[in-house]
Design a protein around this ligand. Structure first.
Ligand code: NAI
Length: 337
């Protein structure tokens, strides 16, 4: 079997350091699938990248058939099967949100073009670098015509995993007993973590999360704000942003895209909207999705009922994403999609 070519950008960074081992050791694509890892970072990080390559070699992993460090997009994107787009411009002191967006738009515009020019048309992309949804939107736009938009996604799996953990803690079960939470919208503090359709296995029975938790005020209050603000709390405590949990979540996301979701389960993934739930078409919006492991195609879960509370929360995050999209398009010197 030819090894899967897997690109990780920002591979000299924090998340990069935690993510490469899981891709290389078979956690993501299975122990029977050989992997060739391509690690991209900026030229100033070439030495750090080389150190990561040496460490991966020293791990002596049977699934890792090759690993290379590159600092140019052409070499990075050539013939890849999967791309973990982690590298992004960090916010510097005094930087306005718009400046950060503009800096990242430039990176993801360029990487979208590189995907179109060098990658396989079947390449599947997860964007982790923030603002993840909008960066994915821009990359997809510039890869259009070569790599289909539905091959682009942004990561909200970390928020999803945080939501599973919070429900489990409150219901007094282990996290494996909770499924089908949903993150709607943007990977930002406007996201809507929703436990309305979640299920918990308790005492051998499957019950809905609201019954298992028995505290509606929590699920419509602290649960939501805890998940929304978790990233900020981690920075406050660690003085660094989430890396181990972010890397694990990115690996969960691609694992499920590659192998499919479990029967009766959905996961959260930011994907191009097809108009479901009234979300404007094309916006990269986090939805509940199921994935067919044979075709590797995701489908947005249809027909979930949304009460006024949910509708109002979804409207807020939709508005933010539309504004981000418009700012990003402006930054690309374009007035419309
Ligand atoms: P980091 O600053 O440790 O690493 C980022 C790396 O990207 C650096 O090595 C940098 O040199 C590289 N980089 C910058 N521009 C690049 C380019 N054009 N091409 C290739 N590499 C480039 O940051 P960390 O902690 O690894 O986080 C990475 C990104 O992930 C950040 O944008 C962060 O906000 C985001 N993030 C997203 C999460 C999500 O849930 N979607 C969760 C946690 C972090």
């Amino acid at each position: 079997m030819a090894p899967l070519r897997v690109l990780v950008t920002g591979a000299a960074g924090q998340i990069g350091y935690s993510i490469v081992i899981r891709i290389a050791d078979g956690t993501v694509f299975g122990k029977d699938t050989p992997v060739h890892l391509v690690l991209l970072d900026i030229p100033q990080c070439a030495n750090v990248l080389e150190g990561v390559v040496f460490e991966l070699q020293d791990c002596a992993l049977p699934t890792l058939h090759g690993v290379e460090a590159v600092t140019e997009e052409k070499a990075a994107f050539k013939d890849i099967d999967y791309a973990f787009l982690v590298g992004a411009m960090p916010r510097r002191e005094g930087m306005e949100r718009k400046d950060l967006l503009a800096a990242n738009v430039r990176i993801f515009k360029s990487q979208g073009k590189a995907l179109a020019e060098y990658a396989k048309p079947s390449t599947k992309v997860i964007v982790v670098g923030n603002p993840a949804n909008t960066n994915a939107f821009i990359a997809a736009k510039y890869a259009a015509g070569k790599v289909p938009a539905r091959n682009f996604s942004a990561m909200t799996r970390l928020d999803h995993n945080r939501a599973l953990a919070q429900v489990a803690l409150k219901a007094g079960v282990t996290v494996g007993d909770v499924k089908n939470v949903i993150i709607w919208g943007n990977h930002s503090s406007t996201q809507f973590p929703d436990a309305r359709h979640a299920q918990v296995t308790k005492g051998g029975n499957s019950v809905d999360a609201y019954t298992a938790v028995g505290d509606d005020a929590f699920l419509q209050g602290d649960f939501i704000s805890t998940v929304q603000k978790r990233g900020g709390v981690i920075i406050e405590k660690r003085k660094l942003s989430s890396a181990m949990s972010a890397a694990k979540a990115a690996c969960d996301h691609i694992h499920d895209w590659h192998f499919g979701t479990q029967p009766g389960q959905h996961v959260s993934m930011a994907v191009p909207s097809d108009g479901s739930y009234g979300i404007p078409e094309g916006l990269i919006f986090s939805f509940p999705v199921t994935i067919d492991g044979n075709t590797k195609e995701w489908k947005i879960v249809q027909g979930l009922s949304l009460d006024d509370f949910a509708k109002q929360k979804i409207a807020v995050t939709t508005k933010e994403l539309e504004e981000e999209r418009d700012d990003a398009l402006k930054a690309c010197d374009e007035s419309s999609i």
